[in-house]
Design a binder for this molecule. Structure first.
Ligand code: PMP
Length: 412
């Protein structure tokens, strides 16, 4: 079933430990992923051999550091099939990428009365920036409904996206429901109406082959830490003519061309949007993570996660009292599964699972409007990655039974 992917578990030392006297099963990959030895080693190598600031030194270390930093950008460019390296901007995270678009590009193109279309399954970072922009510009924020299964209702999308729409901003994959949205189709729809398409790729780039040119999105955002790299490094891809038209929102070193006493001009892309000393080791580590993922094969990873979900979902559905949010018969699903158990509070379920060595998340998952939409306060979320096994899935299923019995027997 795993195409050898599980052999890679040995590269993740953190996974080989006990939690509460039970072997760890890490199922919180939608929050952040673990880091393989090669990625950690790339950070150590950088600091042991090449550490210097980038772009400004003529000395050897600075040149080495700059080369490593910029060659990681080339790896990212190839990984998402961006047309050129100047379209790949380093940021801190998906959140920073989306805020940069909403603030700079939003300011440029959105006017009073324009419409911005999003969905109820957006993470707060692809929702609040648009709320803020709409309020500032007196624009209107509209939502595409979900089907009862938790998929985007494309009929409703065709009603909501009109000639009044300026921006459509939709996640590629939900961090709660696990569904993968038809971004190519939505992008086409947006473009037919003269709107720009922005895609949140935080939960897709780590799990499937993403081709930004094939999708034809105008902007695409993702985070390194959800794809084996450290926190503090993210990416914004944008079409070159749009990035050229945009103003930077941070000013300082690196992003300038020339500064006079009363005025300044901006550096070329991509550096125009990279003010200050960047996260050099983070970018290099992201390059190393991309090497690692490419070596495993993104299609293999996607197929494997789909198989794991197809294996575990029916078992979860069979447990009396389990409610699954999102499609029950998924054909296009990442390794994210959200559920509730009886009337138990999700935090109690997650604490109970932690007692069994199983790390899952409980809460609103930074998607409060989705919780409202689902009419729940919170959910438990198990999120799988390629290093998880069928045995991990079995442990989850069995431990949910244990937690259920524990609480139902009143053993608290
Ligand atoms: N969008 C989605 C779909 C996410 O899952 C997340 C992280 N949970 C984000 C955006 C934000 O990512 P970050 O916190 O790395 O900025």
């Amino acid at each position: 079933m795993d195409n050898g992917l599980n052999n890679s578990r040995l590269d993740f030392k953190i996974l080989a430990q006990n939690i509460n006297d039970e072997p760890l099963v890490y199922l919180d990959n939608a929050a952040t992923t673990q880091k393989p030895k090669a990625v950690l080693q790339s950070i150590i190598n950088y600091y042991e051999h090449d550490n210097a600031n980038v772009h400004r030194g003529v000395h050897t270390l600075s040149q080495r550091s700059t080369n490593a930093f910029e060659s990681a950008r080339d790896k990212i460019t190839a990984f998402i099939n961006a047309p050129s390296r100047e379209t790949v901007i380093y940021t801190r995270s998906t959140t920073e990428s989306l805020n940069l678009i909403a603030t700079s590009f939003g300011n440029l193109v959105v006017e009073a009365g324009d419409e911005i279309v999003i969905s109820p399954m957006e993470h707060h970072s692809n929702l609040v920036p648009w709320q803020q922009l709409a309020a500032k510009k007196h624009a209107i924020l509209k939502y595409i409904n979900l089907t009862v299964d938790g998929e985007l209702d494309m009929n409703h999308a065709r009603q909501q996206i009109t000639d009044k729409t300026k921006i459509v901003a939709i996640t590629h994959a939900s961090n709660v429901l696990g569904v993968v949205n038809p971004i190519q189709e939505i992008t086409k729809l947006a473009h037919q109406h003269g709107a720009y398409m922005i895609c949140d790729g935080a939960q897709s780039v780590p799990h499937m082959k993403v081709d930004v040119q094939l999708l034809d999105v105008d902007f695409y955002a993702f985070s390194g830490h959800k794809m084996l790299a450290p926190t503090g490094i993210g990416v914004l891809y944008g079409k070159v003519e749009l990035l050229q038209a945009m103003q930077p929102i941070q000013f300082g070193g690196e992003m300038i061309d020339f500064v006079h006493s009363q005025s300044a001009s901006w550096n070329e892309l991509p550096w125009k949007f990279e003010a200050g000393t960047p996260n050099i080791s983070g970018a290099i580590a992201l390059g190393s993570a991309i090497d690692y993922l490419t070596n495993l094969g993104m299609q293999n990873i996607q197929n494997y996660e789909q198989k794991l979900v197809n294996y575990v979902l029916p078992k979860l559905l069979k447990i009396d009292g389990v409610t699954i949010y999102g499609p029950h018969n998924p054909t296009n699903h990442t390794g994210v599964i959200s559920f509730n158990l009886d009337n138990l509070h999700p935090h109690d379920v997650a604490s109970g699972l932690d007692m069994e060595g199983i790390e899952v998340r409980a809460g609103h998952h930074c998607a409060q409007p989705l919780m409202e939409y689902l009419n729940v306060a919170a959910t438990v979320r198990a999120s799988f990655y390629f290093y998880n096994t069928k045995a991990d899935a079995d442990r989850l299923v069995n431990s949910i039974q244990t937690v259920k019995e524990f609480f139902n027997n009143g053993d608290i």
